[in-house]
Design a protein around this ligand. Structure first.
Ligand code: S3P
Length: 185
């Protein structure tokens, strides 16, 4: 990893339904870090749900709010950040996150994603007659962006708890000083 990066936060990226929020909460609690979900911040600021923002202001307005929050995150410390599924598609967002956070992508197959999101109605992009087709299409478009993450973890056959444990291991490894570094006692 680039030694000029100052990793002090953890950012979870990945498609809707890969478990970013539940895993993020568990990891934050284990590390005694603050948990922040970019979608929650947007909803609180806008005083509207994501679905309402998409409907009344449009997706570009939502993406602009998302990028604004990403820039503000540079000032954070000891924070686990759960990001909206489309956030990494903007390359500036990823570059910004990488300056201060270890980026971990949670990955799942389209079938598993559908199984996890099918009873949830708050995701405007999946309110489609053929949600599985839409998931496949978006995943194919976004795969190259998700794979920019420092670490990729597949979640299909793992519980949120197991995924959280893997994320924790990876984060602790990334925070370890390089071999040969003198750590004052
Ligand atoms: C989106 C994912 C959602 C939310 C919005 C758009 C996307 O977040 O930001 O509905 O483009 O994939 P989650 O990934 O937390 O569901």
């Amino acid at each position: 990893m680039d030694s000029t990066r100052h990793i002090r936060n953890l950012a979870l990226i990945g498609f809707m339904g890969t478990g970013k929020s539940s895993v993020g909460r568990q990891v934050a609690s284990a590390l005694h870090f603050t948990f922040l979900d970019t979608d929650d911040v947007i909803e609180a600021r806008a005083g509207a749900t994501i679905a309402e923002i998409f409907k009344h202001q449009g997706e570009p307005a939502f993406r602009a709010m998302e990028s604004r929050i990403v820039e503000e995150l540079r000032r954070r410390d000891k924070t686990v950040i759960s990001t909206g599924g489309g956030l990494p598609v903007n390359e500036q967002n990823m570059a910004s996150l990488k300056t201060h956070a270890l980026t971990v992508c949670l990955w799942a197959s389209p079938e598993k994603i559908l199984q996890r999101v099918k009873d949830q109605i708050h995701r405007p992009l999946l309110n489609e007659p053929d949600p599985l087709g839409k998931i496949r299409e978006l995943l194919a478009e976004r795969e190259k962006f998700y794979k920019q993450a420092d670490i990729l973890i597949t979640t299909d056959f793992r519980s949120a708890r197991e995924v959280a444990q893997q994320v924790l291991n990876q984060f602790r490894m990334a925070m370890r000083p390089p071999a040969g570094t003198h750590v004052p006692s």
